[in-house]
Design a protein around this ligand. Structure first.
Ligand SMILES: Nc1ncnc2c1ncn2[C@@H]1O[C@H](COP(=O)(O)OP(=O)(O)OP(=O)(O)O)[C@@H](O)[C@H]1O
Length: 678
């Protein structure tokens, strides 16, 4: 970059360098700034005539309009910055110029007298100042050097531009390509000391603005190795999606992170830093103003602060921030509740220990391999709590703060398993989303991938999954790049996988990969802790009700529950208790036989209640075929209650007395509840 030597000395040196270069064909090494000499050599090779005298007219109006349209975002955001710069140099008789990525001047602002002189050499909107068009000059040479450049007086390749002194800096787009150039040009007899620094700062301001606009919907994280640089123009900026993918980085951030490559589908936050995005956001939520230390996987330790968190922190697209205390709360709520919350599934292995010795053995063995990178295979009949076990394993281990991502291989069509698991790049196949999608494997990075019903995975998919497990990398469909993934694998199956291997429907090599430790969750009918499970289910069901802690289950019902074979296992028990709790009247505090569903308890619950003797249930279905009433799962107690009432009313053809008897509630209560249905 050029240095301001005392004017005479510098001028004499450059004049001598010109003579040797243009007249003797020599290479005036050491007499010119390196970038100037490089540029002269390029211009000579390209056949640029240093004596060219024509004005080199600017393009026509339509070309200028087209160039402005191409760079609309740059132009719209540059004018404020240019005015700010012009304020600083107003007295110096200079002009501020914005050129596009090809060197075409889009806009200029300046001292009227100098602007007049500049027009004589076509330093004006519409003219191209690329090196090819005008030889060495700050705009064109900056575009080639991709760095700030100062070209003073006779350093310009063309003789006729020797009266200029120009400083320019590239403006990088959020993607890291050059979007344009900002330049300050003036008379070389009146050089200003700080123009290069000024134009550089202006370019950084503009880059920052472009970055914020481009990633207005993402979470912005400011980073720097020096804490005092956070909040200033020197800060690095990262754009991170809510699911923790770094999708953008400004030039400073890329340099701080050792030239971090950023691709449109993003790179996992925990691939870049030694912490998961969830943990980082939790820390920020605790104190949004504090600087957080961040340790990159490559590069020195950094400081960081959440700059803007788009939708999470209530940023509008225009970038105005609402209250930050609320923001912290939203970050917290976005992360969900803490472990051992059965409603959200964030529970630990300890929470599952309710006294059954077989289950306890399974819990102990799983706890021993926690954090040891050994794949866990959970076996058991449908509805026994395999997924719950997998969650508890995840939330009990060192990956608890990372994601828990579940995929039920039996529940999605074979044709979709591949894209669900591996994700795809934009346009990978017909019907694919334009921006692509990340697969479950990648989503689980830093956490646990739970593959339910792994035995139902198609054979072709098994081969791909095996490769991912061996290479610890995933390649999205249609993509070229392998993305490293760090996952803990837990699989579940209701069938004996070994039998599937024998039958040739499950690959033997994959079987050994997924089966580091196998544990079996016993069926409910064989568990000795059924009363504790009932109590936990009831507690969870009523957790949000004003009656939490006030409802009992009668001994009669508990005895029945202990005797019933529960073909649908815990899921079926959960549904029964959910419905029973829904049928409780406001003034009732005990679940009685009348609250149990008819199919379990005989045709007329009132009869059973009156006889005081629970009937043995009809012969249970074989476990594998048992329907587990999943429809009751995702509904609220109120909804279930209303559905049950509606079904009973239909059965008794609208006879309220018969319905009340059947439901085990008074007619008045039924009228009240029916009133709520309308
Ligand atoms: N010990 C338990 N305490 C309370 N609820 C439980 C318990 N175990 C399982 N459940 C509940 O039972 C339901 C079924 O559990 P889960 O989905 O984990 O079973 P699964 O064996 O994975 O079923 P499937 O084989 O059908 O996928 C869930 O709603 C779960 O919350």
């Amino acid at each position: 970059m050029g240095q301001l030597l005392p004017a005479d000395g510098r001028e004499l040196r450059v004049t001598e360098a010109r003579r040797r270069f243009f007249e003797e064909g020599a290479c005036p090494d050491g007499e010119l700034p390196n970038e100037v000499l490089r540029s002269w050599l390029r211009c000579r090779d390209a056949g640029v005539d240093y004596l060219a005298n024509g004005r080199g007219d600017p393009e026509g109006r339509s070309e200028l309009a087209e160039a402005r349209e191409r760079s609309e975002l740059l132009l719209n955001n540059a004018s404020g910055v240019m005015e700010h710069v012009y304020e600083q140099i107003r007295a110096s008789g200079s002009m501020v110029i914005l050129a596009d990525d090809r060197g075409v001047i889009l806009h200029s602002l300046g001292d009227p007298e100098f602007v007049g002189r500049a027009q004589r050499i076509a330093l004006q909107p519409g003219a191209s100042w690329s090196e090819g068009a005008r030889g060495t000059n700050a705009v064109g040479t900056t575009l080639i050097e991709a760095a700030p450049v100062e070209i003073i007086g006779a350093e310009h390749f063309l003789d006729r531009n020797g009266f200029l002194t120009c400083s320019a800096a590239p403006v990088f787009s959020p993607e890291g390509t050059i979007a344009g150039v900002l330049d300050i040009s003036g008379d070389s007899r009146n050089p200003q000391r700080h123009t290069l620094g000024l134009v550089r700062l202006a370019a950084q301001m503009l880059e920052k603005r472009l970055f914020e606009i481009q990633y207005a919907r993402e979470i912005l994280v400011a980073i720097h190795s020096r804490p005092e640089c956070i909040g200033g123009l020197q800060e690095g900026l990262l754009a991170v999606t809510q699911d923790g993918r770094v999708v953008g980085a400004n030039g400073i951030a890329r340099a701080l992170l050792r030239q971090l490559p950023v691709c449109p589908e993003g790179i996992g936050f925990s691939n870049v830093f030694r912490v998961s995005f969830g943990v980082f956001m939790d820390r920020c939520a605790r104190d949004p103003h504090a600087l957080q230390a961040l340790e990159p996987r490559a590069g020195e330790r950094l400081f960081s602060r959440l700059r803007a968190a788009g939708p999470l922190l209530g940023m509008s697209r225009a970038g105005t921030r609402d209250d930050e205390a609320g923001a912290a709360a939203r970050v917290q709520s976005a992360r969900g509740a803490r472990p051992c919350d059965r409603r959200t599934g964030e529970i630990t292995l300890d929470c599952l220990a309710t006294g059954d010795p077989r289950l306890q053995l399974a819990l102990d063995r799983a706890a021993r391999i926690s954090g040891k990178d050994i794949p866990l295979l959970v076996q058991g009949e449908s509805g026994v709590g395999k997924e719950l076990f997998a969650r508890a394993f995840h939330f009990s281990g060192p990956r608890a703060e990372g994601p828990f991502v579940a995929l039920n291989c039996a529940a999605i069509p074979e044709s979709l398993i591949e894209s669900e698991l591996f994700g795809y790049v934009g346009g990978a196949f017909t019907g694919a989303r334009r921006e692509g999608a990340i697969g479950r494997i990648q989503q689980a990075h830093g956490g646990t991938l739970f593959l339910d019903e792994i035995g139902d995975m198609p054979l072709g998919m098994q081969a791909r999954l095996l490769r991912v497990l061996q290479e610890r990398c995933v390649t999205p469909i249609g993509g070229q790049r392998q993305i490293p993934v760090d996952i803990s694998l837990v699989c579940a199956t209701h069938r004996m996988l070994r039998d599937a291997v024998k039958a040739g429907t499950f690959r033997e090599d994959l079987y050994y990969r997924v089966n580091g430790l196998t544990i079996t969750v016993p069926p409910l009918r064989e568990r000795s802790d059924i009363r504790s499970i009932v109590a936990k289910i009831l507690e969870t069901e009523l957790a949000e009700s004003p009656r939490a802690g006030q409802v009992r289950i009668s001994e009669q019902v508990l005895e029945f529950i202990e005797r019933y074979p529960w073909p649908g296992n815990v899921r079926q028990l959960q549904n029964v208790i959910r419905v029973a709790a829904a049928l409780l009247d406001d003034d009732e505090a005990e679940i009685l036989p009348v609250h149990l569903p008819e199919e379990l308890f005989g045709a007329d619950p009132m009869d059973d209640a009156e006889s005081g003797r629970p009937q043995a249930a009809a012969a249970p279905q074989p476990a594998a075929e048992a329907p587990a009433e999943p429809s009751a799962q995702a509904r609220s107690l109120g909804e279930i209650e209303l559905e049950v009432i509606a079904a009973v009313m239909r059965e008794v053809s609208g006879n309220v007395s018969a319905a009340a008897r059947r439901l085990g509630i008074s007619r008045n209560t039924l009228y009240r509840k029916i009133g709520r249905m309308h």
